[in-house]
Structure formats: structure tokens, C-alpha cells
Design a protein around this ligand. Structure first.
Ligand SMILES: Nc1ncnc2c1ncn2[C@@H]1O[C@H](COP(=O)(O)OP(=O)(O)OP(=O)(O)O)[C@@H](O)[C@H]1O
Length: 302
């Protein structure tokens, strides 16, 4: 499988602010690759450099083997972009938003009309074809923006927070569609704050913080490497800590709670229940949030 994007020591500075700090990553053909991290981590800035709309200040960045600095026009022909904000044209219908966008790519009118109809069907927006943008729900607008990004039949789709602010049902429908698009051979790069979205969609991801990449891998491998398979949480009382010390379980204190990262949650829970039965004890699967917490000592939304 070849690499669609390769970044080496990629940097973006805004005067004194180093938004992206010499990062390396490679996105493989056909995968969904995620950038996960808190606000200000540098995710959107990285996406903008890939889209050739924000010049890098150092390092190299190649998309489809082409340098973003010298061949932006050729690269853009292969991209579909789903921006974080809703930038549909409110003066036009759903259908017109697609056909007018197709003009930017020089797609002939008849082909554009056929493509618009196909995409409205695919995104389950057929009955909204003649509706103005203001009359669409948040989920419909996001689906239309994804449809618009597919107008030029791109090999690479770039999605900045594709489901931000949507309810669970609307998010699930978009996840389903993105998986279908991937199954058609498309590569996708996305940023997200949502851990469940990253875990569900991404084949591989990087976790970013302060412009740097902290770790890279599949969601499952990152969780098992950095957070174990399960986590047992209990109140951080002297009895709980004495019990954990007695069974040789290592733990981290997070606020009023201790966390034990373990592959044997039942054994830890049993020991805690036997010696401190009055304490609150909870066992749960480890998540990407735990990986971030383990790496930085902070939660993603602090
Ligand atoms: N045009 C700009 N001028 C100056 N600083 C900027 C500009 N764009 C981004 N930054 C700074 O670069 C850093 C990274 O911002 P970026 O938007 O890439 O983060 P992010 O991870 O995408 O965050 P969010 O999840 O909020 O979109 C931040 O410190 C931000 O303030």
C-alpha cells in the first residue's frame, strides 16, 4: 500500500506561536487516519497545510507524491474538503449547492447534475434536493457538505471535526457513510475531539498536543500499550491504597480517584471488595481518553 501523504519535520509558525512543531507522519492509501487532540493542538493547522491553503514554514509535506509548496493546484484536484464550519451557500438549494460547486472543478453541466443527484441519494438527502440550506437540520447540512466534498470524485477526503455538535443519531449516520466511502477505496484524514469517533472510524491515528505528535498507532494498540485493556477506579482512600499496595497493583491518583490500569480487572475488583467493601469501585474498558490522560496528565477537554 502506498503513502498518500508524507510529512517530515513539518512545521507551522504564526510569529511566535509554533502551531505545528516538526511533526512526522504518513497516511496510507485507503485508510482513515485521525488527528486527535485538545483545542489548539495544531490539528486544523495541519489539515490546512495538507489542503494547500496554509503554507508550511519548515519541513516537507507531499500529497500524492507532490510537494504542497510547488504543486498546490494539481493536489487540490484530488482532494475533497469538509471544513469545520458550515460554509454552504444559504441562497441556494441543496441541489444547487452541489452543481454550483462542481463548476469550480470545470465539471460539465450534465455530468454535474447527474453527480449531484447520485450524491443526494447516497447521503439520504434526495427529498431535500430543492430545499434552501436554512431549512436543513444540522445533520443534513453536514451530510450535504460531505456530498459537496465528493463532487469531484476525490481520492482523498479531508474532514475537520465532521460530526461536531451533532446528536448521536446524526453522528452514527455520518460514520456509516464515511465507512461506505472508505469501502469504495477512498482515503480519509480527519480531526476530531470525539474519542468514540476516533475509536470507531480511524484505522490509525496520532494524538497531538501543543503542536507535537505524542503517539501514533491503531486505537486498539494505543489503548493496550498505554492504558492496558481495563481500568479499575476507586476512591483514593488510605484503605484502597493499602489494599492495592498489598496485591502489588500499581495505580495513578487522579483527583479523588485512583486508577489501576490492568488486564485483570476482576481480580483487582475482588480484592478491593474484600478489604474495603464500603468504597465505590468501578471497572470499565480503557479508552483513548485514558491514553491521553496517561501521556499528559490532562483530559482532552480541560
Ligand atoms: N491564523 C492564525 N494566527 C495565529 N495563530 C494561529 C492561527 N491559526 C491557529 N493559530 C494557533 O495555532 C495553534 C494551533 O491551532 P489549531 O487551530 O491548529 O488547533 P486545533 O488542534 O485544530 O484546535 P481546535 O480543535 O480548536 O480546532 C493555536 O495556538 C492557535 O491559536
Amino acid at each position: 500500500m502506498s503513502d498518500v501523504i508524507v510529512a517530515e519535520s513539518l512545521e507551522k509558525r504564526f510569529d511566535d506561536v509554533v502551531a505545528v512543531d516538526r511533526i512526522d507522519f504518513a497516511v496510507r492509501e485507503g485508510e482513515i487516519f485521525g488527528f486527535l487532540g485538545p483545542n489548539g493542538a495544531g490539528k486544523t493547522t495541519t489539515m490546512k497545510m495538507i489542503q494547500c491553503v496554509s503554507p508550511k514554514t519548515a519541513g516537507t509535506l507531499r500529497v500524492f507524491g507532490m510537494d504542497v509548496s510547488t504543486r498546490p493546484r494539481q493536489i487540490k484536484q484530488h482532494l475533497g474538503v469538509v471544513p469545520q464550519e458550515n460554509n454552504l451557500d444559504p441562497d441556494f438549494t441543496a441541489y444547487q449547492n452541489l452543481t454550483i460547486y462542481a463548476r469550480y472543478f470545470g465539471i460539465p453541466r450534465k455530468t454535474a447534475e447527474e453527480r449531484a443527484e447520485e450524491l443526494l441519494d447516497f447521503m439520504q438527502l434526495r427529498e431535500k434536493s430543492d430545499v434552501l440550506i436554512d431549512k436543513l437540520s444540522g445533520g443534513m447540512k453536514r451530510r450535504l457538505i460531505i456530498a459537496r466534498a465528493l463532487v469531484n470524485d476525490p481520492e482523498l477526503l479531508i474532514l475537520d471535526e465532521p460530526t461536531i455538535g451533532l446528536d448521536p443519531q446524526a453522528r452514527h449516520l455520518i460514520w456509516e457513510k464515511l465507512k461506505e466511502i472508505q469501502a469504495q477505496g477512498n482515503t480519509q484524514v480527519m480531526t476530531t475531539h470525539y474519542l468514540d469517533e476516533a475509536a470507531r472510524l480511524c484505522d490509525r491515528l496520532v494524538i497531538m498536543d501543543h503542536g507535537k505528535i505524542l503517539v501514533e498507532g491503531s486505537p486498539g494498540s494505543l489503548i493496550s500499550e498505554y492504558a492496558g485493556t481495563d481500568i479499575v477506579e476507586a476512591d483514593s482512600t488510605p484503605q484502597v491504597m493499602a489494599c492495592l499496595d498489598a496485591i502489588g497493583a500499581s495505580y495513578d491518583a487522579v483527583g479523588d480517584v485512583v486508577q489501576v490500569f490492568t488486564g485483570r480487572p476482576h481480580d483487582v475488583v475482588r480484592a478491593l471488595m474484600e478489604s474495603c467493601s464500603h468504597e465505590k469501585v468501578l471497572a470499565r474498558p480503557a479508552t483513548l481518553e485514558d491514553v491521553f490522560l496517561k501521556l499528559t496528565g490532562r483530559t482532552l477537554r480541560e
